[in-house]
Design a protein around this ligand. Structure first.
Ligand SMILES: *[C@@H]1O[C@H](CO)[C@@H](O)[C@H](O)[C@H]1NC(C)=O
Ligand SMILES: *[C@@H]1O[C@H](CO)[C@@H](O)[C@H](O)[C@H]1NC(C)=O
Ligand SMILES: *[C@@H]1O[C@H](CO)[C@@H](O)[C@H](O)[C@H]1NC(C)=O
Length: 371
């Protein structure tokens, strides 16, 4: 009886011993299956999530390329930016929901900030929809004006500029490219931080948009600082008779702006053979426009500057210079041709005005820009 019991017990233990490993193995297998299933579900979920993210970002990139405002994509290379600008429409396009009028693009090429901006704020006030603003600064300059300013978020991705070198032309082309990507921009003005407007916005806008010609200074200067800077190495692309000089601060039509950002041939010639004391910003554009579309240019600039004091730099005006008589001589004191008529309004902007002129100019603002 005892032995029987013992035998039964031993049998049971044996069975259990055999059974248990099987159960354990089942549990192990089940565990493994559950483990791998969860891992793969995680992987699948992660993949789905990443795919979604990727699609969203691809969509965003696509959205940016079709957007007319590339300011939000600072990663766009100069090469790509200019390629897109070169393909921009040559005529002005008005998109109904955004712009009803051709716009004037005001492009500020500055070293740092815009010390005379309060004057420009008055100039632009109340004329939204008729202008665009683009600002190229030193890349280290990152201050943002207040949200209420017309200059708020108008800075384009900028690079360092060496005055008189090709990097200056690159900055001008960068500004033009950004401005060209806005299809309603019809005219393009390049201004510096020392420039002031001489008339109110309405007068300025009408003068520019009604002109069939551009205002890019271009003349044949026989002196050493003109023809003397020409190099015969530029042949056969540029001959001495093509060579022109002119004020850097231009005002041009959309057609000429597209030609400028599209040009590679003449740019390469100038980059190689026009180095100080040849200044690319004084010769490249006047010569280029003279080569490719001379009939579209008035050959005169609308930005007044005073070279009469001599020396390598034009005069800078300070506080004590600001008088009504002085400003009116600039505004009405010359004769020139405008659309086939002689006029005494030849300049719309003037430079170079020191920051100390801001206060007296602000006091004269209603005289200058009022009715
Ligand atoms: C500007 O100069 C070019 C030659 O460089 C000439 O063909 C063109 O007619 C001039 N424009 C005007 C308005 O005189
Ligand atoms: C401009 O033309 C007017 C009228 O012909 C003349 O009286 C004036 O002296 C001219 N001004 C200049 C700066 O040449
Ligand atoms: C702008 O100036 C012109 C000419 O001086 C004047 O006739 C016009 O009324 C002015 N416009 C405004 C909005 O002040």
């Amino acid at each position: 009886m005892k032995k029987q019991k013992i035998t039964a017990f031993v049998k049971e233990v044996n069975v259990r011993m055999k059974k248990e490993p099987i159960t354990l193995r089942y549990i192990q297998i089940l565990g493994t299956v559950v483990f791998f299933t969860s891992i793969s579900s995680l992987v699948i979920l992660l993949a789905l999530y990443l795919n979604q993210r990727l699609q969203t970002s691809l969509f965003l990139v696509d959205d940016l390329s079709s957007s007319s405002n590339p300011l939000t994509s600072p990663s766009l290379s100069d090469e790509e930016l200019m390629r897109r600008a070169a393909m921009a429409p040559r005529g002005t396009v008005m998109n109904d929901h955004e712009a009803h009028h051709p716009k004037v693009a005001f492009m500020f090429l500055t070293r740092w900030d815009l010390p005379l901006s309060p004057l420009w704020e008055i100039f632009f006030k109340g004329h939204q929809g008729f202008y665009s603003i683009y600002v190229h600064t030193s890349p280290e300059f990152t201050d943002e004006p207040p949200e209420s300013s017309v200059f708020y978020k108008k800075r384009i991705p900028s690079k360092a500029v060496e005055w008189g070198r090709s990097s200056m032309m690159d900055a001008e082309k960068r500004l033009l490219s950004h401005a060209l990507l806005e299809p309603s921009n019809a005219r393009f003005v390049l201004l510096s931080e020392t420039c002031i407007p001489l008339f109110n916005f309405t007068t300025t806008y009408a003068y520019l948009t009604r002109s069939t010609r551009s205002f890019l200074g271009s003349f044949d200067d026989p002196r050493p600082m003109g023809r003397g800077r020409y190099s015969p190495k530029m042949l056969p692309h540029v001959s001495l008779s093509d060579w022109r000089k002119g004020n850097q601060w231009f005002e041009i039509s959309r057609r000429i702006a597209v030609e400028i950002v599209s040009d590679r041939r003449y740019y390469a010639v100038f980059e190689a053979h026009c180095r100080p004391p040849c200044y690319m910003d004084e010769h490249y554009l006047p010569t280029l426009v003279n080569k490719i579309c001379p009939e579209m240019n008035s050959n005169r600039t609308v930005t007044w500057v005073d070279w009469s004091r001599g020396g390598p730099h034009p005069a800078t005006f300070v506080r004590k210079d600001i008088r009504v008589g002085f400003l009116d001589r600039i505004r009405f004191g010359s004769n020139c041709s405008y659309e086939g008529e002689v006029t005494n309004v030849c300049f719309l902007f003037a430079r170079k005005f020191h920051v100390s002129t801001l206060e007296p100019l602000m006091k004269l603002a209603s005289y200058l820009y009022g009715s």
